[in-house]
Design a binder for this molecule. Sequence first.
Ligand code: HAM
Length: 434
Amino acid sequence: MNKQSQIKAIRGMNDILPLDSALWQHVETVCADVFRQFGYQQIRTPLVESTQLFARSIGAETDIVSKEMYTFEDRNGDSLTLRPEGTASTVRAGIENGLFYNQQQRLWYQGPMFRHERPQKGRYRQFHQVGLECYGWNTPDIEAEVLSLVAQLFDRLGLKDTELQINSLGDDTARANYRDALVAYLSQHRDALDEDSVRRLTTNPLRILDSKNAEVQALLGDAPNILTFLSDSSAQHFETLQTYLTDLGIAFRINSRLVRGLDYYNDTVFEWVNKDFGAQSTVCGGGRYDGLVAQLGGQSTPAFGFGMGLERLIQILQEQGAESANQTGFTDVFIVSVGEAARRQALILQRDLIQAGLAVNCHQGAGSMKNQFKRADKSGATLALVIGEQEAQDVTASVKPLRRPKSTSQAPLEQQTIAQNDVVNVVTNLLESL
Ligand code: HAM
């Protein structure tokens, strides 16, 4: 028979395997908990939106829209796109469901995003973000609150060595004036620019500030600085944010070349960067986007938020020594059974113990007693419940402690045989005492 060719995952789209999913769940739980503590509510939007939504919000000249979107026609001939980020969808949903007008909202979301980028460490084509968006505040206090939340989150997760960089892009006038000044400066040095930067000179000049090219970077040393273009009120806003951050004890660095890759920002932008991780070092990025709600057809509403890449965050945590999988404490009881009568009793005992709130792994399929005990031990269970042929006949079970998760007492772990009717009581008490 011909062996069928093996179907592989799409390049840049990863499976999250059981050994890693414990850490993923831990990170997701901590995020949800910190968001709850700060008063944020979850919003869930579809993975697919009309293509126009992203073109009109992220910006037609950005890398995301011009070359990275997964866009396709559906069966009706409508142009749809797999969401490359969460902000545009949140704004769309907020307008459509009347969440913004005369209201303040603290929202968060999580889920897969899609960008057809060149995959490398920390950069994938399907990746996961948790993100957060606030609507209805135009003041820097909400920005300080959000950054305080991120600091708290990193602290709870034990993430180390991650630097907060902040910048202000000012209002539309400041950005337009700055763009002109930057283009004028770089045009004088056109010969030193690479092909990509020359193209951006006309399409999206601020993105040249992000260039990885060393020659371009050297040139940028003497380029005009956006912070000198800010209006008085933007400068004051940025100053006040810094005061709040200092009050909170959150260290930050002003990076006047930080512009972000999406067009909707104004005033405050920020990134949390982990330098040790490599080229894709931004764990979390965001900023203010006061114009977007109106741009997408809603009533003008100030907005601020961030997106955080879970793959990067989790890989950094792993590199910093976080446990991949925490097997111990995962299973309370492992049920070993031999023979058909025992198997039937085992299924019932498993159901009863789970109803009592315990985590119970019941051996299924063939397997010698010795083999089952090996599995029991590997499962990390605290107790084994053994139903051999004799126990099945007597309607009893042997309880055998395998380890002591809590106490430090060295007294021997003794096996006892009890009636199956007493199993839930005895096991629950024993688990308390070990
Ligand atoms: P972004 O900077 O495009 O912003 O993405 C936010 C974060 O998502 C990045 O800092 C990174 O951690 C992660 N990320 C982005 N692309 C990839 C990728 N290809 N592979 C792995 N991780 C990736 C936004 O998406 C904005 N919506 C953030 C925002 C919300 N601004 C205001 N509100």
